[in-house]
Design a protein. Structure first.
Length: 180
C-alpha cells in the first residue's frame, strides 16, 4: 500500500540498508584515502617534534595533532555531505540507491526524473552525515558519538509511520520510494 504523500511505493528497509552499505564503501574508501593524504601533507606542516634545549633543560612537547585531526575530520565530513548532496540534488539517488532501484523524492511531490531541490538535498545530507563532525572531540568519544548519531538516523525509519522517514528525511521533507 502506498501511504499518502508518497508518489510511489516506499522502499524497503533492506533496500535502503544495502544502498547505504554501497555508499559507505564508496565514501569510506575515499575518506580513508583523503585522510591519509591529508595526514601526510598536513602532518608534515603542522606537527612539531619534541625537543630538548641543552642550555635551559626544557622539553617542548610535540604539537599539532589536534589541529590536524580537526582539519581532517572537517574535510572528510564535507566530502561525505558533498557526495550525498550533489547526487541527490542532480538525480535524487546516490550510487547505492541507483543500484537498489530506489530514489529520494519530496513528500507530496510527483516522482520526477530529476533530483531534489538544493535546500532539501543539503538538509538531508547534513543530517545524514553531519554526526561525523563530532570526530573533532578528544579521546575517540566524538567519533563514537558521531557514528551513533548516523546509525540512529538510519534506524529511525523503523518507528516512523506511515512514511518510514529517517530524521534526515523529516528535516528535508523527503521520502524514499521504489522506482524499479
Amino acid at each position: 500500500m502506498q501511504p499518502p504523500g508518497a508518489p510511489a511505493p516506499l522502499a524497503e528497509w533492506w533496500q535502503r540498508l544495502v544502498a547505504r552499505i554501497i555508499d559507505g564503501l564508496i565514501i569510506g574508501l575515499a575518506g580513508v584515502v583523503i585522510g591519509i593524504v591529508l595526514g601526510l601533507i598536513l602532518g608534515a606542516i603542522l606537527i612539531t617534534q619534541a625537543s630538548y634545549d641543552l642550555n635551559t633543560g626544557t622539553i617542548t612537547q610535540p604539537s599539532g595533532y589536534w589541529i590536524l585531526n580537526v582539519i581532517t575530520v572537517v574535510i572528510v565530513t564535507l566530502l561525505y555531505v558533498a557526495y550525498e548532496f550533489f547526487l541527490t540534488k542532480s538525480k535524487g539517488q546516490t550510487v547505492g540507491k541507483m543500484v537498489m532501484g530506489i530514489k529520494i523524492t519530496e513528500v507530496g511531490a510527483p516522482l520526477t526524473a530529476g533530483g531534489l531541490r538544493s535546500d532539501a538535498a543539503l538538509k538531508r545530507a547534513g543530517v545524514t552525515w553531519g554526526g561525523n563532525i563530532l570526530g573533532v572531540l578528544p579521546f575517540s568519544l566524538g567519533g563514537a558519538l558521531g557514528g551513533l548519531l548516523i546509525i540512529l538516523n538510519g534506524v529511525s525509519q523503523f518507528w516512523d509511520k506511515p512514511l518510514q522517514q529517517t530524521f534526515a528525511d523529516k528535516v528535508a521533507k523527503t521520502v524514499v520510494v521504489k522506482i524499479k
